[in-house]
Design a protein around this ligand. Structure first.
Ligand code: HEM
Length: 449
């Protein structure tokens, strides 16, 4: 039996939905999935993407046949940043690097990362006290970005940072907000338009400049670390050993560091913001989290592992607000997606956001209900309908570290401060790589007595 093409909007329907896809892709794609079902063809005139919203097909793509579905080419737009590092390299190099770097993220070394994380949280506490005494609204995410950027760089790369971190954070924010990256089909259409009109893509020039800022910062950190190897972080330590053995070049190390800068702190800062937001706006959650923290003792790397309810709150936050709301693969061969045919060389969308709000898999998917993770089957990490960190061999290498940073920060900050958000309802999201509210999340803060 020959399989048919998946359903999706007509060419005219696609043109009508383009502005929505550009301005608010998350909400638009959610509506598209509700209308067309688990496998959708989206695009126009030979430029098609396929959205997969079915857990068994996602299992096939991310795990069973993962070698047939590489990620590399989907990141071409930011190749200047990722090079042939762990995120964008082909299978062979990726598997060598993944094996090499994995120990840098193992939970058995988290006790070594605690001091730096606590120091950075202390700095954030001083900032929050200032905001509290001034009574001025502020954006918690900007503060969490600074804190987690410093904690990540110091713990993974080098104990001390002498350069100003602000321009690097701004540079990465620009890259992550670059609207062309998640919306492949729109990007293709936009490129044609720029070519025909002879216009320059200004945002492209800006992100290339942002890439140079990150290059310079990373090279500076590496030089410092080479001269101070005893103060090297877990990740750079592994890479420097390879360097001194002549198995990796300086450029390759810089590339791997930039991959971590790309993947490793904004995601967690975003998750922490959504976590504090969810705790603050959903009635009854804050009291339960606070009482659990109080009953477990001073937050340290051991005590936080016992915060079972808080862990479910984190899981539920990552379900409703997965910071990496979409990622992509390319099909290298024709394949059967359920009862549909998808041709080779197709661009595949997998979206944690869409999967996590799919009523096929979740009861009352839009409700914040941490207790749903009490059920055995919901806490399983082998699920392919719960994928905030992806799944299969490319599952996030930093997932345990991120969870540690999240629970530790929650246990440290929440008993000290009450953060009240001005945005009671989220109306939409921005169009970049990360899941950000379209109206920045602003809050006022009070110190608890
Ligand atoms: C809440 C925080 C985080 C979220 C939501 C997140 C999400 C993800 C997702 C969804 C993927 C899989 C992408 C795909 O399959 O295409 C991924 C991969 C990855 N993440 Fe994370 N991540 C987080 C934190 C971190 C941290 C803390 C680090 C390191 C410091 C990190 C480093 C990486 C790397 C290197 C990969 C590529 C793994 C591979 O292909 O082998 N991430 N992350």
């Amino acid at each position: 039996m020959s399989l048919k093409a998946p359903p999706g909007p007509s060419p005219f329907g696609f043109i009508i939905m383009l502005p929505g896809l550009l301005l608010n892709p998350v909400v638009k794609l959610n509506a598209v999935c509700k209308k067309y079902g688990p496998v959708i063809k989206l695009g126009i005139a030979g430029n098609y993407s396929y959205i997969i919203n079915d857990k068994e097909i996602i299992r096939q793509i991310l795990k069973t046949d993962y070698i047939k579905f590489p990620r590399g080419r989907t990141l071409d737009e930011i190749k200047f940043l990722l090079g042939n590092g762990i995120f964008a390299s082909e299978h062979e190099l990726w598997s060598v690097r993944r094996r090499l770097l994995k120990p840098a993220f193992h939970s058995s070394i988290f006790h070594k990362l605690e001091n730096v994380l606590k120091e950075e949280l202390q700095k954030t506490t001083l900032k929050f006290q200032e905001f509290a005494s001034g009574g001025t609204p502020f954006e918690p995410e900007a503060e969490f970005q600074k804190m987690l950027f410093s904690a990540t760089i110091r713990n993974l790369f080098a104990g001390k940072i002498s350069a100003d971190t602000e321009p690097v954070i701004q540079a990465l924010n620009k890259i992550l907000a670059y609207p062309g990256i998640p919306q492949h089909t729109f990007r293709v259409v936009k490129k044609q338009y720029l070519r025909i009109s002879g216009m320059k893509d200004k945002s492209r020039e800006e992100i290339l400049e942002a890439g140079r800022v990150i290059d310079k910062f990373t090279a500076g950190i590496l030089d410092w670390a080479i001269n101070n190897p005893e103060e090297c972080g877990t990740y750079l330590n592994i890479l420097l050993n390879e360097f001194f053995e002549g198995r990796i070049s300086r450029e390759d190390i810089i590339t791997e560091m930039k991959n971590i800068i790309f993947a490793g702190y904004d995601t967690t800062a975003s998750a922490l913001t959504w976590l504090i937001y969810s705790v603050s706006v959903n009635p009854g959650i804050e009291e339960k989290v606070l009482s659990e923290i109080a009953s477990t003792g001073v937050p340290d790397y051991q005590n936080v592992t016992r915060l079972e309810y808080s862990k479910m709150v984190i899981k539920e936050t990552l379900r409703l607000y997965p910071p990496a709301w979409v990622f992509h693969r390319i099909s290298t061969e024709d394949f059967e997606a359920g009862s549909y045919h998808i041709p080779a060389n197709s661009w595949i969308f997998i979206s944690p956001f869409l999967m996590h709000r799919n009523p096929e898999y979740w009861d009352n998917p839009d409700d914040f209900y941490p207790e749903r993770f009490e059920k055995e089957e919901n806490s399983e990490t082998t699920r392919f309908d719960y994928i905030p960190f992806g799944n299969g061999p490319h599952v996030c290498i930093g997932n345990s570290l991120a969870n540690f940073q999240l629970i530790y920060s929650l246990a440290y900050l929440l008993p000290k401060f009450r953060i009240e958000f001005r945005n009671k309802k989220i109306t939409g999201f921005t169009s970049g790589i990360g899941l950000k509210a379209d109206k920045p999340l602003k809050a006022i803060i009070r110190e608890r007595k």
